[in-house]
Design a protein around this ligand. Structure first.
Ligand code: CUO
Length: 700
C-alpha cells in the first residue's frame, strides 16, 4: 500500500496536499544517507532538515515535460535516479527517499515512475512488492482527452462510481473508419499490449545502473525476437482486416503517409502529445538545450551512415569493437551482438561507430512535426515506450529494424536435418479443442477458435489529479478469445521415458487477397503460442495443454479485472487514500508478458480465417539451460518474450527456432519442411471473429 501511495497522482505535489495524508509516519529518513560509495554527495538540506542526494542531473528533464526513454539525455536523468533508489541501503530507505517531497515533487513525474519501478525490479530485496498497472498511473497515455473531461465532470457532480456507470471508452477514439489504418486501433491501442511493451523496456533498459555490469542473458537477441513477434502478430491482424502486411520504412526521404493523431494528454490536461499528420518527411533533429533540459542533435545522414556500417558488419560476418577487437557474428551469439548494436544499448560493440540507430529512429519520428522545437511542440507518441505502439509508423520502423536482423539470419546456414529432427519421437497429431466446461454436453467443432470483444473495468483515479475525492472507473472494450486446449499425440518409440520440449506456432496461410504464402514468407509470420516441457513414456501419449498456460502471456487478471467479477469500488478513507486495495487491482512486478486476451489474432468473420498450427518436439536434455542452485524462477510466466528475471534464457535454441533462419532453397513449402521431420506436425485451424461481446472467465 505504501508503494501504491507513491504512485498516486504523480503529477501533483505530495505536500502541501490537503486531500491526501501521506503515510510514512514510522519510516525514519536516514540522515547519513547516502552511505554507499559512488553516490553523489548529499545535496542541500531539505525543508525538514534531512539530507537528500544531489538531483541536478535528474532535474535536467523538468517536471511536466514528456519523457523519452529513447533519448540519451532523458535516459541519463532517469538512470541517475534509478541508481539513487537502488543504492539506498534498505527498501525502507528507498521508499522514504522516494516519498520525500524534495524528491517525489521535485523530479519529472515520468522519470519518478520509471526510476522507482526499475529500482523495485532490480533490487533483490524488493521482489515481493507490486506496482499498479501503468495505465492507472498515467491514464493520459492510454485514454482520449475526452475521457479526462468526462471524469472531471463526474467527480464534480459527485456521481457514484458504480460499476454500471463507468466512463465508456470508445475503442475507435483516435480516428474515423475513413482512416484505413484505424481498423487496427484495437491492437495498437490495447492496454495490455502497450503495458507489455513498457514493462519489456523497463526490464531490459538500454543502460545498466549501479552494480549490473553484464546485460541480462541474450538481451540483444530478445530485443530482436520480442519485436519480431510483435510484427508477426500485427501482420496477422492486418491480413484478418483485409490489409497488406506492414512495409518497412527505410526510404527516409519518403513522406510517411500513415498519419497518427493520438489525442492524449498528461494528467492535468496541460500537455498534449503531438499529432503526426500525413505526408511529413524526416528532418535533421536539432533541439537546443532549453532552460535546464538537455537538447539533442543528429542528422538523418547519421542514421544512414550507421545503417551502412551495420550492414557492412552483417555482410562481413563480424563487428569491430572500439578497441579494434573483432567479434564474429556467428550462429550462437551473432543475433545478440547485433541486437545490442542496432538498438543500441550500452553493450553495443562500438556505439560511436555503429551509432544509436533504433533509438534515434524513435526520436526522429517523435519530433518529425517540429524537429528543432521552434514551435515549442511536445514529442509524439513514438518517443515513449508506453505509447509508441499506438502509432502505425512504429510497425514500419520496426519492420526496417527487423530487416537488418533478417539479413543477418540469411547469412547463416539453414538448419541441418540433425538440428531439426529428434530420434524416436513422432508427433502424430495436433488439434485444438474449445473448452466446454461451461457447457459440458456440447460438442464444439475441433480446430476452431472463436474471438470477440470483452469489456473490462479500469480504475483511473490514481492517475487523474482532480480525482482525489472519488474513484473514477472506465469501461474498455478489448479483444478476447474463448478458452481452448491443445491436444497433441506423441509417440515415443524409444525404450525410455523422454523429456521433450513442445514448441507451438501459428501463422496465417494466405495473404489478404487469398494468395497462399510460400514458406519463406510464412516463416516470418509464425507467432509463438507456447513452449513447454513434457515427459513422454514409451508408446503413445496424449498431451493436453490449456491456452491460458502459454509461455508468452501473462494471465488476464494481470492486465484487467473482469467487468462482472470486479469488486465494488474501493471506499476512500477520509483524506482520499484508498483504505484497502484488493490484490487483483495490481499488476505483479513481472508485468512483462503478452496479454492473454491477445494470445491469438482476431481472425475473420464466419467462416473464419485459416491458420497453420505447427508443433515441434525437441530434446529437453539438449535444450535445457541450467541455472544455479539458488534459481528462484521469478517472473517466468512469459519467459518466451521476457526471459526469466536474473536468470539465463530458459531455452538453448535460437529464439524463434526453427523459423528464425531461411530454409534450404529446395524447401518451398511448410509441408516440405515438416515432411522430413516426424517430430513436427501441422494442422489447419480457423479463427472466427464474432463482432459482439463474448464473456470469458479465465480457466480455473
Ligand atoms: Cu520497443 Cu522500438 O523498441 O520500441
Amino acid at each position: 500500500r505504501k508503494i501504491l501511495n507513491l504512485y498516486e497522482r504523480v503529477s501533483q505535489p505530495l505536500s502541501p496536499k490537503p486531500n491526501i495524508t501521506f503515510e510514512f509516519p514510522h519510516f525514519v529518513f536516514p540522515t547519513d544517507f547516502p552511505t554507499k560509495p559512488g553516490l553523489p554527495d548529499p545535496g542541500t538540506a531539505s525543508t525538514d532538515g534531512l539530507n537528500i542526494p544531489e538531483l541536478d542531473l535528474v532535474k535536467t528533464v523538468p517536471r511536466g515535460r514528456l519523457f523519452s526513454n529513447f533519448h540519451p539525455g532523458h535516459r541519463e536523468a532517469a538512470h541517475t535516479l534509478v541508481r539513487i533508489f537502488k543504492d539506498a541501503p534498505t527498501v525502507a530507505d528507498m521508499l522514504n527517499l522516494a516519498a520525500h517531497p524534495d524528491v517525489r515533487d521535485a523530479v519529472n513525474e515520468h522519470i519518478f515512475v520509471y526510476a522507482l519501478s526499475a529500482a523495485l525490479i532490480q533490487r533483490k530485496d524488493a521482489r515481493s512488492l507490486r506496482l499498479p498497472p501503468i495505465y492507472e498511473i498515467f491514464p493520459g497515455k492510454f485514454f482520449d482527452t475526452k475521457v479526462r473531461s468526462e471524469a472531471q465532470i463526474n467527480v464534480q457532480q459527485q456521481k457514484e462510481p458504480a460499476i454500471k456507470e463507468p466512463i465508456i471508452i470508445d475503442k475507435n477514439f483516435a480516428a474515423t473508419n475513413r482512416v484505413v489504418e484505424n481498423k487496427l486501433s484495437y491492437f495498437r491501442e490495447d492496454l495490455g499490449i502497450n503495458s507489455h511493451h513498457w514493462h519489456w523496456h523497463l526490464i531490459f533498459p538500454v543502460e545498466a545502473t549501479g552494480e549490473i555490469i553484464n546485460p541480462p542473458d541474450r538481451r540483444g537477441e530478445l530485443f530482436y525476437y520480442m519485436h519480431q513477434q510483435i510484427l508477426a502478430r500485427y501482420d496477422a491482424e492486418r491480413i484478418a482486416n483485409g490489409l497488406a502486411r506492414v512495409t518497412s520504412y527505410h526510404d527516409w526521404d519518403e513522406p510517411i503517409m500513415e498519419a497518427y493523431f493520438p489525442k492524449l494528454t498528461n494528467a492535468n490536461g496541460a500537455i498534449h502529445w503531438a499529432s503526426r499528420p500525413a505526408g511529413l518527411v524526416l528532418k535533421d533533429i536539432n533541439i537546443p538545450d532549453e532552460g535546464v533540459e538537455l537538447g539533442i542533435e543528429f542528422q538523418i545522414h547519421n542514421l544512414e551512415l550507421w545503417r551502412t556500417r551495420i550492414l557492412h558488419a552483417i555482410h562481413k560476418g563480424s563487428v569491430v569493437k572500439a578497441n579494434g577487437e573483432v567479434v564474429q557474428l556467428d550462429e550462437t551469439t551473432g543475433t545478440n551482438t547485433l541486437g545490442e548494436l542496432i538498438e543500441a544499448s550500452q553493450w553495443s560493440a562500438d556505439k560511436l561507430f555503429y551509432g544509436d540507430l533504433h533509438n534515434f529512429g524513435h526520436i526522429a519520428v517523435c519530433y518529425i512535426h517540429d524537429p528543432d522545437r521552434s514551435h515549442s511542440e511536445n514529442m509524439g507518441v513514438m518517443g515513449d515506450s508506453v505509447t509508441a505502439m499506438r502509432d502505425p509508423i512504429f510497425y514500419r520502423w520496426h519492420k526496417f529494424i527487423d530487416s537488418l536482423f533478417q539479413q543477418f539470419k540469411a547469412t547463416l546456414n539453414p538448419y541441418t536435418a540433425q538440428q531439426l529432427t529428434l530420434e524416436g519421437i513422432t508427433v502424430n497429431n495436433v488439434e485444438i479443442r474449445r473448452n466446454t466446461s461451461d457447457n459440458p454436453g456440447s460438442n464444439p467443432p475441433k480446430n476452431l477458435i472463436i474471438t470477440g470483444w470483452q469489456e473490462s473495468i479500469v480504475e483511473l483515479d490514481r492517475g487523474l489529479d482532480f480525482s482525489s475525492l472519488r474513484p473514477v472507473q472506465a469501461r474498455v472494450t478489448h479483444l478476447q478469445h474463448e478458452d481452448f486446449s491443445y491436444r497433441i499425440q506423441v509417440t515415443n518409440s524409444t525404450k525410455a521415458t523422454q523429456e521433450i520440449v513442445l514448441r507451438i506456432f501459428l501463422a496465417p496461410i494466405a495473404d489478404e487477397a487469398g494468395r497462399r504464402f510460400s514458406f519463406r514468407e510464412q516463416r516470418l509470420l509464425m507467432i509463438e503460442l507456447d513452449k513447454f516441457v513434457v515427459r513422454v513414456t514409451p508408446g503413445t501419449n496424449i498431451v493436453k495443454r490449456k491456452s491460458d498456460d502459454s509461455s508468452v502471456t501473462i494471465p488476464f487478471e494481470r492486465t484487467f479485472r473482469d467487468l462482472e467479477a470486479a469488486a465494488p469500488a474501493t471506499p476512500l478513507a477520509p483524506g482520499g487514500v484508498p483504505t484497502d486495495l484488493p490484490t487483483d487491482r495490481m499488476t505483479n512486478f513481472c508485468g512483462c508478458g503478452w496479454p492473454d486476451h491477445f494470445l491469438v489474432p482476431r481472425g475473420a468473420p464466419n467462416p473464419g480465417m485459416p491458420f497453420t498450427l505447427f508443433v515441434m518436439a525437441t530434446s529437453w536434455k539438449e535444450d535445457r539451460v541450467v541455472n544455479g542452485e539458488d534459481s528462484k524462477k521469478l517472473c517466468r510466466n512469459a519467459a518466451s518474450y521476457c526471459g526469466v528475471l536474473d536468470e539465463k534464457y530458459p531455452d538453448k535454441r535460437p529464439m524463434g527456432f526453427p523459423f528464425d533462419r531461411p530454409p534450404d532453397k529446395m524447401i518451398t513449402t511448410l509441408a516440405k519442411f515438416v515432411e522430413k521431420s516426424p517430430n513436427m506436425k501441422t494442422t489447419e485451424i480457423r479463427i472466427q471473429f464474432e463482432d459482439r461481446i463474448i464473456r470469458r472467465f479465465p480457466q480455473q
